[in-house]
Ligand binder design. Sequence first.
Ligand SMILES: C[S@@+](CC[C@H](N)C(=O)[O-])C[C@H]1O[C@@H](n2cnc3c(N)ncnc32)[C@H](O)[C@@H]1O
Length: 264
Amino acid sequence: MSDEAADARRVAVKAAITAAWDRGAADYDRIPRHGILHDDERRAWRRLVAAILGDATHSEVPCRDVLDVGTGTGTLALLAAELGHDVVAVDLSEAMILAARRKSIESGIGVDWRIGDAEDPPVAHGSMDAVVSRHLVWTLPDPAFAARAWRERLRPGGLVAVIDGTYPRLPLPARLLAAAAARLGGNDDADEHAYPAEVDSRLPLMTQRSPAALMEVLRQAGFERVRSRGLGEIDRVERAHLGLLQRTADGWRRYLVVGRAPRG
Ligand SMILES: C[S@@+](CC[C@H](N)C(=O)[O-])C[C@H]1O[C@@H](n2cnc3c(N)ncnc32)[C@H](O)[C@@H]1O
């Protein structure tokens, strides 16, 4: 394939991804495990973000420059800003950024919202203390390129923290239950965010069943001390709010992967 054809394909894939999220923006925060729907979920997410970044509302913890890539409706960005950090949040989808901006105006929590590509974020090199993302990496066509871009945006020793989930292949009865549960619960996530098949086939981390591939991508990009852990507390709190059918069929397990940019 010529370079031009490859470029045109990349642009088409990004356009399809953007269009899908533009369509999904209005309902996104109502979907369990995407939006934060309950106080205990909110507390669990806030604790997690504070554990990752520190709580800068305490005077002894420094405020950090944080970049949230693929911010969507701004869940991580708003939590980080509420904890006293200076946050730039980037998303391809204008509709998602609009929804995030609305929440930030309503709550009075300031975030610098920008439309842009997580694979080439519109912030200066060496300007960030942390790059964070939630539920993004599975939908990146070129995670290796993105990881290098994140490392470049970080100051020496800066933190990368990626939250995503694994989707273990459930046995057929559980998959049928999951589909029924999604429809019954009005949580037709799969339909709402479905990409065309040719887009799916270009997303290398989409079908990962562990964080191993992402960890390798980060190491290859030059990140050091790359580690992962499960986010059982978040899973437990969120699952407790699912209906019985949804809970039985639910195979999603969250993980956090962290790493550090080299000190120089
Ligand atoms: C599953 S949503 C996650 C949103 C948010 N981070 C959250 O935790 O709720 C995926 C988001 O990534 C955005 N996205 C996908 N590819 C992107 C890219 N290359 N650059 C920036 N945003 C992207 C989509 O527009 C969408 O808002």
